[in-house]
Write a protein that binds this ligand. Structure first.
Ligand SMILES: Cc1cc2nc3c(=O)[nH]c(=O)nc-3n(C[C@H](O)[C@H](O)[C@H](O)COP(=O)(O)OP(=O)(O)OC[C@H]3O[C@@H](n4cnc5c(N)ncnc54)[C@H](O)[C@@H]3O)c2cc1C
Length: 461
């Protein structure tokens, strides 16, 4: 009797379930899955992800409100509760309940770089914490499935035919040499419009494009430090913005671009750095020892005699030491923002009466939109999904799904208008960005920053 009842309940749930396919289980795919599962107990998520382990070491910055709204269990995994213990996944030995963990009300917003206001988490830990939560929490029982393997466009079509989703989220990030799914699915859905001509193609850069490209250099710092201090001043004056420091493993990323003394250096950059727009990992130390990959004599000379000394000298002026035995990795990266114009599309599957037209949304890096200093595409994806989740909760998922594509497109249009390519060569922090990704929802000096708070009125511009 009990089992029959369970079976009936299960069949009932299946008949009325809202089915969502999420392609890609990066931070955006997992966060989106969580938001959808939380939005309705009738939602079911199938996540297609080909990585077996979540072990990516980069530190990612996230909007305050998105991380604050994560389930307690997830936050417990990410933040230390012991002030004396330095967790390797959190940049600061503070308790998550300590208001000083979040804001730093000693700093005047306008006198300090705002980056420090963004919570930062090791990417793999964030993925693992969310994944474990959605696969084990009782609330999501039988509503979340992970399908391993690399999804192709044919798989996508097949999954739609068999699973009959009401919504698909593409969260497959930026393409790599081995995986071109984002480009292929965009081509398949005829939604590739954006600014591809502004994205330099490997080995095919014009003189003009070269001026828009910068160099990433990473090295291991000697001690834990917050290398974000003064970053805005550095970026403005010297052509160096060193914004990403990973206190977990002491690695520092320095980003330099053609400005002040640096354009001449860029002119002499060896071809191998230009065409290999990828990490040349563990390649050199300042004392000239090479590791792992082979680098040409030309590039060694350029790095050690030209590039590194200039960058080192500038950094020294700001008390940032590049240790002699540090591994220096250099790679070439675009320094402007780029994005796709369309982030929502409809897709029709099935035949005859079974035929169904559904929305497909591109989130996070697959929507494009990287920012060379803030790394904002993750933040934007999380923030926008958080808003979509709120709408689903408020008006019910059935109603929300009828206009989710239009709603998301409108949100994206606002993002494009307010945040991208502001004709400002240094991409200064736009007030609206500061509000949305760093401040909204935060309590500073006991007062929550919301739309009516004086800081919000200034930062929303
Ligand atoms: C080398 C590198 C260093 C970075 N460093 C920093 C940093 O220091 N700080 C920072 O804030 N940001 C950094 N970023 C940016 C940050 O990692 C991204 O903004 C963020 O990861 C975007 O999340 P996402 O979920 O949109 O995409 P991704 O993280 O790219 O996730 C996409 C997921 O989809 C999966 N996938 C892709 N194709 C398929 C397919 N065909 N089938 C199944 N699964 C698929 C992938 O396995 C992956 O898990 C870095 C990015 C890179 C590439």
């Amino acid at each position: 009797m009990f089992y029959s009842l369970l079976l009936i309940l299960q069949l009932y749930r299946l008949a009325f379930a809202h089915k969502i396919i999420v392609v890609g289980g990066g931070p955006n795919g997992l966060h989106s899955s969580l938001k959808i599962l939380e939005a309705s107990d009738k939602s079911e998520v199938k996540l297609l992800e080909f990585r077996l382990n979540f072990d990516r070491p980069q530190v990612v910055r996230m909007p305050y409100s998105s991380i604050f709204k994560l389930p307690e269990e997830v936050k417990d995994k990410l933040f230390s509760d012991t002030e004396s213990v330095y967790m390797d996944d959190v940049l600061g030995p503070r308790k998550k309940t300590d208001p000083w963990f979040w804001p730093n009300s000693n700093d005047q917003l306008w006198n300090s770089p705002v980056l420090k206001y963004l919570p930062k988490i090791r990417i793999g830990n964030l993925q693992e914490a969310i994944y474990n939560h959605i696969s084990t929490d009782f609330k999501f029982k039988n509503r979340f499935t992970r399908i391993p393997g690399q999804c192709t466009v044919e798989d996508f079509v097949k999954h739609c035919e068999t699973f009959k989703p009401d919504l698909v989220l593409i969260c497959t990030g930026k393409d790599s040499d081995k995986n071109k799914f984002t480009e292929e699915i965009r081509h398949f859905l005829n939604t590739s419009q954006g600014l591809p001509e502004e994205v330099p193609k490997k080995g095919n850069r014009s003189e003009n494009e070269e001026n828009q490209v910068g160099i990433y250099m990473t090295f291991a710092a000697k001690a834990l430090d917050n290398y974000m201090r003064g970053s805005e001043i550095l970026a403005m004056k010297s052509g160096i913005g060193y914004f990403a420091s990973n206190d977990a493993n002491k690695s520092v990323q320095v980003y330099s671009f053609p400005h002040q003394d640096l354009p001449n250096l860029f002119k002499g950059m060896p071809q191998c750095f230009k065409t290999d727009a990828a990490y040349i990992t563990d390649c050199l130390t300042l004392s000239g020892t090479t590791r792992k990959r082979e680098v040409t004599q030309e590039s060694t000379t350029w790095l050690l005699s030209n590039y590194a000394p200039v960058v080192k000298k500038i950094l020294q002026e700001y008390n940032v030491e590049v240790p002699e035995d540090s591994n220096i990795c250099v790679f070439y990266g675009p320094r402007y923002e780029y994005y796709y114009e369309n982030v929502a599309k409809t897709y029709t599957y099935g035949k005859g009466q079974e035929c169904k037209t559904i929305p497909i949304l591109f989130m996070g890096d697959s929507a494009g939109g990287t920012d060379y200093r803030l790394g904002l595409s993750l933040s934007r994806g999380m923030k926008l999904m958080e808003l979509l989740g709120d709408i689903m909760k408020k008006e019910g998922i059935t109603s929300a799904l009828t206009h989710i594509g239009t709603t998301y497109s409108k949100m994206w249009a606002t993002v494009l208008k307010t945040e991208f390519n502001q004709n400002n060569p240094r991409l200064r922090y736009k007030p609206n960005m500061v509000y949305r990704y760093a401040l909204e929802g935060r309590t500073v000096d006991g007062v929550e920053i919301n739309d009516t708070h004086p800081i919000a009125l200034i930062t929303k511009g």
